[in-house]
Ligand binder design. Sequence first.
Ligand code: BMA
Length: 824
Amino acid sequence: MANKSKLINEQQDVVVTQLPCEWTLTCTSQPSGAPQMIGNEIAATVPGCVHTDLLSSNLIHDPYLDCNESAVQWVSHCDWRYETKFDAQLFAGRSHELVFHGLDTAATVYLNGQEILKSQNMHRTYRVDVGKQLADGENTICVDFQSPISFGEELKQKFEPRPNCYPGQGNLMRKMACNYGWDWGPTLTTAGIWKPIELVTWSSAKLRDVQTDVNVVGANGVIKLKVEVEGSVDNLSLDLSVGEWSAKCKLDQGRGELELEVPNPILWWPHGMGNQHLYELNVTLSSGEQLLDSKTQRIGFRSIDLDTSSDEAGSEFKFAINNLPLFICGANWIPDDCFPSRLTRDRLERRIAQAKDANINMLRVWGGGMFESDDFYELCDEAGILVWQDFLFACATYPEEGHLPAEIEAEVRDNIPRLMSHPSLAIWCGNNENIWGFQDWGWQDALEGRTWGEHYYLNLLPKLVAELHPSGNYYPGSPYSGSMNLAANADEHGCRHVWDVWNDVGYEVFANYKPRFVSEFGWQAPATMATIQGSVSDNPLTSTSPGVLHHQKASNGNLKLERGLAGHLPVPESFDDWHWAMQLNQARAIKFGINHYRSLQPHCMGTIVWQLNDCWPATSWAAVDGAERKKPLWYALKHAYARTALTIQASEGGLRVHTINDNNLAYRVAVSVTRYSLDGEVLAEHSSWRELATRNNPAILDVPGEVATSDNPRDEVIVARGDHCEAFYFFVEDLDLKLPKAEFNLDIAHTESEVLVTVTAQSFLKDLCIFADRISSDAEVDDMLVTLLPQQSRTFTIIGVKSLTEAELRKVGVIRTANDLVVS
Ligand code: BMA
């Protein structure tokens, strides 16, 4: 029986019907040694992929658990066939088209036994006229996928060697690079129909591409609309309307261009700068009275400029929204699941809410992943989070021959029009680390003069952005210094990455740099304990037990974690202490880096931390782990990215308090600096009655010598306090600090939906965290990394658990302080 299809739009001449979700999957070729699969037909879901279908049919174990990833490698070596039946009505005089929104990756499509498409680009939308093959009534569609491994091997034969930092042939084809494995993600190279397929029918003409370029010029919102029409092109008119404003034109040869000015629109702002006002934009295509096709988009009026002009220090990298410069408090974004077809709008909404709650105002969609779903950009529009969108090139050389240039151009022509209308879309970027790699990582020797992708980053992509999205910003790479004659990762120019800190040295080295913009810097830590326990069944569970180690993909990751403690914290003995020390060190490392870079504004105008999220449960640089739980780093980001913040920085002359303000309004605040002994005695104090920090221009207060100079560095702390913000400065690292044994009282109160835990310090408590996930895997606390002087209290709110007892809170690992790691 053929499946019933769902009618999406019956109002207009163009009718869009989504093909059914129920398909079958069969293996058509398998490697020796794999479980017997050929001929075994299983139920499949579209959108989806072979791994998720095999998982639903219990034919593989969950590859996110334990070391199961290794046991499913055979899946990537098989060829697979997806098949389904669907009903269609053939109308004489109408055109019939199948639209494939996402085929991953090497596929041949047959309709009723006839080949209609060969595709090899996961990022493209393919439209196929099926007027000749479509049957009135039942139809059979079948999609054959070649194994991504064997496809890669074929390509490898075609292209001469091209360096790639990661295994697999992701740089020779147009498939999400991290699907071949990354230093935070498993190798689960999949295949499948990852986005819907639609049947579209129409009688005379339909909209093909709609490019909506929105800008603000002076006080006016300006929309420049370009459309391309498919079909018979006579006597067509195009209407554009936004609220009470509209424009109309006749189409010429199937193309139409309209410009609409909206006087004094309500502006769209990133959160923290204003509201996220969105307008509905309607485009209709008609022929006389007959409505043929229409498209609705939600737009926002804003201008986004990237200033890269030269100055005395080098060259800037400064974003301005509606002519107001802003410091970017950013985070890098990777695909939130290895199998993108599983990413629901709800999951993305939770992640973007977590970003916003951490005061993040930009997400960088990193080039080893994908162009995200429409949901992602819509949610960023609503949340007021800017999007930096990399084109899809990462950590490798990319040939400029064969099928690649045309495929790249086609995918960009599909995705710029899809995404450009989003007010959150702030910048298109050519690649991740490829120019840096070409200059510094020995690639030139290996290439022996062969192409590596420069043409894409310096010619093709900027040309396409200029043509398709004229008001859009383009920058050739992350990192890049504005010219191929400069070192791509220079401190003085453009955007840079800071990776020696994690890979080679220690986090104190963040302070050695004076960058203009840092688009990547990161530090690792394990996932939350509930997430580790939910994904690894090692007994005993240790930092090197097989499952835990399997979920650490960075080269020498655990060694680097351990080395990173040097000079800061002792190397822990128990797994509990290891887990806590690594999470604490991660949070401190990143907070240290952000505080330093933010204190340098306006010289430095942004930091994009590596990385917000994870695609599976792992030890990684993420702030939110693969099971969506927040690591201490998330709380550190929320503190470090607060719109008004204090930080105490060591400078040559002594100590300085930087009052940082990212608000439009100037921040006038009384700041006190007090030196205490760790038992809470005031040793010296200074108050400044008014610090005045204007947007992106920190006020700097020199801490007077009597406060800045310690009598007993191992036993003292300086606290700077402003309005709702404070900062701490210790003269020595915890290794040498005389932290007392942590003593505190607990007071627990219950409301209908929350548990309130008041901690009253009986001793100095450094970086106190409550790990609610250790009591109940769904529980979450509102704040972490809180330092208290003796007798100070803080009330924490815990959600996701009905009641809590003191005994539960006092269990090993639930309430932690830095004190625990240094006091034996
Ligand atoms: C940079 C990123 C990623 C990587 C990260 C951590 O190179 O662009 O490729 O995951 O560092 O090593």
